[in-house]
Design a binder for this molecule. Structure first.
Ligand code: PMP
Length: 380
């Protein structure tokens, strides 16, 4: 089997692993961007070169997602968290209300922020089921006069992913796709706005993509302070103030990789499905030991989240995994357990290797503790 290096075995929930070819180009750019002759860290955001980077990146995003030229693509700062506040500050000013789905940790954060700006209608909450599943269409309580409908396509912490587009087509649909944008094709034209920070599938932390349909953009207020004003950001082509040049350039390289090396979102989706399938297969084959958190229909192709029989065995698993070269497998601090994040940059071979490790770990566990009553030292 090919020996994978530490970066290739990085299953971190975010910032996530980036493709090796992108890292190599960034290594070169750190000293000198060939076409400029300067380090990427010292190139002016007002340079012609950077304007071209932004222009190409906007085009690449539209091309990958199949969006018309009229769609506005913004590169913003403040992470997805800034969007949690900025959105309602823009849209709930006139006493209107918005529909939100509460499907896990991050949608809870979005709701908490939005409540500070206006009224919300909880269209559905998964709290009673400990956020182990997503709603059916019939369960959603949607309002036809909502200012917008908000949900998160992939709950990064719980490993829940919508495999359809929920919501009404006559209410602006807004989605946080921070942990699955550009990981698969989708019906992106059905969204008024999509946002996603880069640090999972798209690049390093520091830049957040905000994609706005032109007709929706026209409905947004123009008189807000610049930093929370989508028009100001769009008019400046993402150079409203000094943007994170390095992060934006990195995202450009990832989009080039997706377009030219991978061949588009259909192909990356096939990679991601294969990685997810081999890990979920282990969960299904050893279901008494590896306990998947998400309902099968809502399993995420990005974050495979599971528990082992007890916290002691989970610690032993993490320790053994670390010794075997894997990293980033610990679950989110809010729920613990194990999380294998398999973003775009993670190769299929890495997921295969983790699946093998999980099988071996299970077998060694069964041999060393036939009653599954405790943890043998031979195993830890
Ligand atoms: N939304 C989702 C789906 C996330 O996974 C995260 C962070 N992992 C956030 C929002 C918060 O993002 P940020 O730290 O960029 O503000």
């Amino acid at each position: 089997m090919m020996k994978l290096n530490a970066n290739q075995l990085n299953f971190s929930g975010g910032p996530g692993a980036l493709p090796e070819s992108v890292l190599q180009q960034l290594q070169t750019a750190m000293l000198c961007v060939p076409e400029v002759g300067l380090s990427i860290l010292g190139i002016s955001h007002r340079s012609q070169w950077f304007a071209q980077v932004v222009h190409e990146l906007e085009d690449n995003i539209r091309q990958l997602m199949g969006l018309p030229d009229t769609t506005r693509v913004l590169m913003m700062q403040g992470g997805a968290t800034q969007q949690f506040s900025m959105l309602p500050m823009n849209l709930l000013r006139d006493g209107q209300s918005a529909d939100y789905i509460h499907s896990g940790y991050w949608s809870g954060k979005a709701i908490h922020e939005a409540e500070k700006s206006g009224k919300l209608n909880l269209a559905w909450s998964g709290k009673a089921d400990q956020f182990s599943r997503l709603p059916s269409d019939a369960e959603l309580q949607l309002s036809k006069d909502a200012a917008y409908f908000h949900y998160i396509s992939n709950e990064t912490v719980e490993g829940l992913q919508f495999h359809r587009v929920p919501g009404r087509d006559d209410v602006p649909r807004i989605c946080d796709m921070s942990s699955d944008l550009l990981s698969a094709p989708g019906e992106f034209n059905r969204y008024a706005m999509i946002y996603a920070h880069a640090q999972k599938n798209i690049g390093p932390a520091g830049v957040t993509l905000v994609i706005l349909r032109d007709d929706f953009m026209q409905t947004l207020p123009k008189d807000l302070p610049g930093f929370i004003n989508y028009h100001a950001q769009a008019d400046a082509h993402s150079i409203y103030n000094t943007p994170p040049v390095f992060a934006i350039y990195s995202v450009l390289l990832v989009t080039r990789w997706l377009l030219h090396d991978i061949g588009g979102l259909h192909n990356i989706a096939k990679h991601n499905e294969l990685k997810a399938a081999c890990l979920y297969q282990v969960l299904d084959d050893y279901a008494d030991f590896y306990r998947g958190r998400a309902a099968i229909a809502d399993r995420s192709n990005m974050n495979v989240v599971f528990n082992l029989p007890n916290a002691e065995i989970e610690q032993a698993f993490l320790q053994a995994a670390q010794q075997a070269g894997f990293s980033g497998l610990n679950g989110h601090r809010s729920i613990g357990g194990i999380r294998a994040s398999i973003y775009n940059g993670l190769e299929i071979a890495a997921a295969d290797q983790l699946a093998d490790f999980m099988q071996t770990f299970y077998k060694r566990y069964k041999i060393s503790t036939p009653q599954t009553s405790g943890l043998s030292t031979a195993y830890a």
